[in-house]
Design a binder for this molecule. Structure first.
Ligand code: HEM
Length: 506
């Protein structure tokens, strides 16, 4: 038999296999009854195409509008736009543990140690969380206040000097860039004992560019695991330059942590509690050096990009809604006659600031795609639906947040929906809003460890900014950001965003 006839036969067999699989997926698969577009239900290609374009967050939200609250977005994956699904998927329920993460999304990088994010086994994950949680509690954040204030203060004085140098006392600032500087320096200090030097140099540290680029590559690469062993083959074929970049990035984290560990002093940061615990507990109960290196490195990414996205989104909404901005500014300035009175504790008692941040997390959730899990062996029930093992399941944050059935005026920035008056007054248009549908920090044992720190940063940066400056929309090409026009690689890829910051007259 000639080569071409073998090729032809092989192609024929493959075509029959493909069509057979598609037909099975559409009509005989245990998830066949769930609605969704044919292309997405028959094979994973629809999902892949959307994810690789960066539009998965928006596409799945639109599919929910078209097909309902529970939709099939791949042969073995369901997406939920239902509040009760948070608890069913992500929480421990009595003796039943939360649904596990899958290796597709959360396997560790080959040859690298495990971080808290890749600890898929619940017992190992619990060991990680016992080690790092003490550095992240509300109380711990208060002990870290001097570090947080130092960088936020430096950020404000830099902008103040820029504005002061102009006759109109105004600085037009790309706030995405500056929020990046302050959050990276801050988390660098808390996570590694030294800042990245962004505020001093008024520029990005080379590590940050690597992080921005690697988020896209890591998201796309993870999806190749759906077609294993394609991922292993491509990994082997990865250009030496990419491997070198990844190695340099890792080495930087190793060196930074090494310097922090050599400090040998108890300082109020995220590392001290881990070191302290390592000394107190039995061998194997604390974190190994590699695990700490990987977790510290993860914290830099998880703790900066997310916060920057949220605060940029909030600022965007504030300058577009001058009445809301005025309310917030008034609340902050009335509550704090002097700048140094703005403390983390005092900031907790500002209801409008709290409402503004909650509304920002609803509309500008930095991870709008959600966090997928898989149904464990033996199957599991989500929103009353019993599902077969190995089904991918996910609650889709964007579909929930923008659901007009869950939120009055769902697409609009309305901090008022979070105020007590809206929750207690049946006449309020927001009275029936389903506020529990917004869970930007996740739910259950794997939810965000950095939530108290994130809230502290969001409150402090926002309050200090509106205390010191009158904000206005900038009349530059980057003065208006259409938030929904930004693509997502696990987190939103933010466009530059200029804001006019006018020194407050006192
Ligand atoms: C607005 C800011 C933030 C948002 C919206 C956010 C959101 C999230 C979400 C949704 C998860 C859960 C992922 C899952 O269930 O699989 C998560 C996990 C995590 N976050 Fe955050 N985060 C924010 C800020 C931070 C900060 C400031 C830090 C650290 C300084 C941080 C560190 C982490 C870590 C280490 C995990 C993994 C926890 C684990 O696997 O147990 N995050 N975050």
């Amino acid at each position: 038999m000639g080569f071409f006839s073998v090729l032809l036969k092989a192609s024929g067999v493959f075509a029959v296999y493909l069509v057979g699989t598609w037909l099975y997926n559409l009509y005989l698969h245990p998830l066949a009854k769930y609605p969704g577009p044919v292309f997405w239900r028959a094979s994973r290609l629809g999902y892949m195409k959307s994810l690789w374009s960066g539009w998965l967050h928006r596409d799945v939200k639109d599919l929910h509008r078209q097909y309902g609250d529970i939709i099939r977005i791949a042969p073995n994956e369901l997406s939920f736009a239902r509040t009760d699904a948070f608890h069913d998927i992500y929480s421990n329920r009595g003796a039943a543990p939360a649904f596990p993460k899958s290796l597709v999304w959360h396997d560790k990088q080959p040859g690298r140690p495990m971080s808290v994010l890749n600890a898929i086994d619940p017992k190992v994950h619990a060991r990680f969380r016992r080690a790092i949680d003490p550095g992240f509690t509300e109380r711990a954040v208060l002990t870290q206040e001097s570090i947080v204030q130092e960088y936020v203060g430096k950020f404000i004085s830099k902008i103040r000097s820029m504005a002061d140098a102009n006759p109109d006392k105004t600085a037009v600032v790309n706030v995405v860039q500056w929020y990046n500087y302050v959050t990276f320096d801050l988390i660098g200090d808390l996570g590694f004992g030294e800042p990245f030097g962004c505020l001093d140099s008024e520029g990005y540290h080379p590590w940050m560019a690597i992080i921005f680029n690697s988020l896209k590559a890591a998201t796309q690469f993870a999806t190749l695991r759906f077609y294993s062993p394609l991922d292993t083959m491509l990994q082997a074929m990865m250009p030496a330059s990419v491997k070198k970049m990844a190695d340099e990035h890792w080495q930087l984290a190793v060196d930074k942590l090494d310097r922090r560990l050599k400090l040998e002093k108890d300082r109020p940061d995220l590392i001290s509690p881990v070191i302290k615990r390592n000394k107190e507990v039995a061998l194997g109960e604390g974190l190994e050096l590699g695990e700490l290196q990987a977790t510290a490195s993860l914290i830099i990414v998880a703790g900066s990009e997310t916060t920057v996205t949220t605060i940029s989104g909030i600022t965007n909404n504030l300058v577009r809604n001058p009445d809301k901005l005025a309310k917030l500014t008034q609340e902050v300035r009335e509550r704090f006659p002097t700048e140094d009175a703005i403390t983390l504790t005092a900031l907790k008692s500002l209801p409008y600031l709290q409402a503004v941040i909650n509304e920002g997390l609803r509309l500008c959730n930095p991870t709008p795609v959600g966090v997928p899990r898989i149904v464990p062996s033996g199957g599991g029930t989500v929103s009353g639906h019993f599902l077969p093992p190995d089904t991918f399941v996910n609650v889709h944050p964007l579909a929930l947040s923008l659901d007009p059935k869950k939120f009055h005026d769902a697409n609009a920035f309305q901090p008022e929906r979070w105020l007590d008056a809206a929750k207690t007054n049946p006449k309020s248009p927001f009275y029936n809003d389903d506020l529990a549908a917004v869970q930007a920090f996740g739910v259950g044992p794997r939810s965000c460890v950095g939530k108290p720190l994130a809230w502290a940063e969001l409150r402090l940066i926002l309050a200090r900014v509106v205390w010191a400056f009158d904000l206005q929309q900038a009349d530059t090409p980057n003065g208006v950001v259409d938030w929904d026009s930004q693509i997502t690689w696990t987190v939103i890829e933010k466009k530059p965003f200029d804001v006019k910051m006018v020194l407050r007259k006192v």
